[in-house]
Design a protein around this ligand. Sequence first.
Ligand code: SAH
Length: 393
Amino acid sequence: MKTLTLKPGREKSVLARHPWIFSGAIARIEGEPESGETVLVRSSQGDPLGLAAYSPASSIRARMWNLKPEEIINSEFFHDRIKQAIQRRSNLIPDSETNAIRLVHAESDGLPGVVVDRYADVLVVQILTSGAEFWRETIVDALAAITGVRHIFERSDVDVRKLEGLPPRTGVLKGTDPGLVEIRENGLRFQVDIVHGQKTGFYIDQRRNRQRVGELAHGCEVLNCFCYTGGFSIYALANGAAKVTSMDSSKEALEMGRNHVLLNGLASDKAEWIEGDVFKVLRTMRDQGRSFDMVILDPPKFAPTAAQADRAARGYKDINLLGLKLLRPGGILATFSCSGGISAELFQKIVAGAAVDAGIDGRIVQTLTQGPDHPVALSFPEGAYLKGFIVQV
Ligand code: SAH
């Protein structure tokens, strides 16, 4: 078998069940494995540790499939892993009011590079690494067999594939073009544009946070920044918010947001939609002396990795400062970061710094994170990317 031998001492993280092997940890590679091929990983002493997928183009040169060198990576392996991931969800989200769920969350489900979201009767798949690419047909066949879902669509149009030397890929994998799919989330109805929407179409990782923030919005005048298709806005309106102003730079997303108000039988006259750059519009609102009882900030990833952390920190501080200034006394800031490069601790410092600069006292009344269908393997802390605070001023 083709093998990858580690440098002395570098087996430590593998034995700690961390799935990544960086190029600098490798002493030698034998047998010229091709992109994504399975390699046997050995310690510097030659002890077999487990099997991994080889990524020749990436600085994460291999990702562990298992710690069982005797196992075989084949269709049965993927079938088992996917089945287990789906079974775990059935206890976590037994809610019949929700039919949009992440079924496979990559490393944290033992399947590096594989993300699968279910939207009603459609699966959306992201294949992110060379290893996942190598097994793509096997994975898709296993998903179809296990779930019985007939329509499977690929949305591997993400930057991380570049690091693996893989081109973006989207399209039908099974069945037909899904177009717009209607989902239910905590009993609310949303349309998901699987083909053109952001990510795989919807931010399901915010499901519980939308619910919590919605509950707090009763009677409030709410400003929802980076609203996408109005997720938080619809929850706020459904929970009796007095008025919700929603802002995004995407015209298409705002159009869908407007439709979501109607789809849920909510009052259109309580919903205002603004197309624009949040950084600019918040300044204009500040200059106009506008104020709100609740401000929601759920921006896109400013720092995908730690390398962009400094610049990202300035962006987060800017919007949090502006958001805090727009709050009435006793108001609530619901603020999020989905940047892998910004830790929860750093994010808290940024928000605290923004409050100091705004001259405002605030307290965190709740800490939020990604939903339970986006688990974080204990051995893979990198999986914790979404952090949020509910701050009362
Ligand atoms: N809260 C949303 C998800 C937000 S995703 C939900 O619950 O569904 C981030 C959104 O920010 C995207 O819709 C993107 O179009 C928007 N966006 C990115 N940069 C922006 C900017 N500078 N100004 C306004 N919107 C922006």
